[in-house]
Design a protein. Structure first.
Length: 336
């Protein structure tokens, strides 16, 4: 069995990588066989250096064609199909118009999911970016910077599901008088306090889940912001210090303005990750105890209740929320 798995892995790597390389060489050879006039016509670009620039432009599109075909087949067409199903009933048989969208914006459980997503959005984005920025500025001045950054970035190497399993043990709760196996409740009871049901107390369970996401995202923010800070010319900072500027003034008048673009990219990236959050909630609480979020509700409607219309409508709403953020990110990258 193990040998079979190893052979399968090797074949997958060889055939997969070899197939891609063969595809690229094959398509390049096909383009080279086309008459130069045909390449110029297909490229629809001015001719430079005997058509070299135009040919290069056309070849680039040829290389992109397989990826665009896969994106169309596995992303664009399913998205259009999801939009279509969102206007149908539970079994995708009858047209119901906007009923599924009305449900999404009026159902009490969905309203809780929207509220929780806003809470996640504000707290996770704010704390992750702020902590990442503060730590990036502080570790930039110490000799053990690589070690500190590696430790803080380490959670990013863990999947959301793996992180959730780790934190389930940290938040584990047993009734008062029982031996506590959870780290937090072990500390609390050792200090003489009652154990806390971190995941069942509705007043704190959402915040307990948000802490996990902050723990995961802070390292990501730290690395990007640290790289941006290191890109600030040292002579500008030295000139400010010579002029008598304090470190606080340097931070607000030089550091922040000069890395504003990177901060914006980090914020929008974290926002997209938060809007799609599902794994943490599903593993930790299953969306119960008022911890529902949009993605977890979508999964329940689609696969637990088999209501394809409502599940698709929630998916479309989530997509519509994410699209403006993605467009903003793309524009910022193009400007830079």
């Amino acid at each position: 069995m193990v040998l079979l798995k190893i052979v399968t892995f090797i074949l997958a790597v060889v055939i997969g990588c070899g197939g891609v390389i063969a595809l690229l060489y094959g398509m390049n050879g096909l383009v080279n066989q086309l008459p130069n006039k045909t390449r110029l016509t297909l490229a629809k670009r001015p001719r430079y250096a005997n058509g070299h620039a135009t040919r290069t432009h056309f070849v680039a599109w040829v290389y992109l064609a397989p990826a665009l075909a896969l994106l169309t087949a596995y992303l664009i067409l399913p998205t259009l199909n999801t939009i279509y199903i969102s206007f149908l009933d539970k079994r995708s048989q009858n047209f119901v118009g906007l009923d599924n969208y009305i449900f999404a914006f009026t159902n009490p459980t969905m309203l809780i999911a929207f509220r929780n997503n806003v809470l996640w959005l504000v707290l996770v984005t704010g704390f992750s970016v702020a902590l990442g920025l503060i730590i990036a500025v502080l570790v930039d001045r110490v000799r053990y910077e690589p070690v500190a950054k590696s430790i803080i970035f380490m959670p990013m190497a863990i999947s959301f599901v793996g992180a959730s399993v780790i934190w389930r043990f940290i938040y584990a709760f047993r009734p008062a008088g029982s031996e506590q196996i959870g780290l937090l409740n072990g500390i609390i009871t050792s200090l003489g306090f009652e154990p806390v049901g971190w995941l069942v107390e509705r007043s704190i369970n959402n915040y307990a889940l948000i802490v996990i996401m902050i723990w995961l995202q802070t390292g990501f923010c730290l690395i990007l912001l640290s790289a941006a800070i290191k890109g600030i010319p040292k002579d500008i900072i030295e000139a400010a210090r010579i002029d008598g500027a304090s470190e606080w003034q340097i931070f607000w008048t030089i550091t922040i303005p000069m890395i504003r673009g990177t901060i914006a990219v980090v914020v929008t990236t974290v926002v997209i990750a938060v809007l799609k959050v599902f794994d943490i909630v599903w593993v930790m609480t299953g969306g119960n105890q008022n911890t529902e979020v949009i993605a977890s509700r979508m999964i329940k409607e689609m696969f637990n209740y088999r209501n394809f219309g409502r599940g698709s409508a929630i998916a479309v709403i989530l997509l519509l929320v994410i699209i403006p953020v993605m467009i903003s990110n793309i524009r910022r990258f193009r400007e830079q």
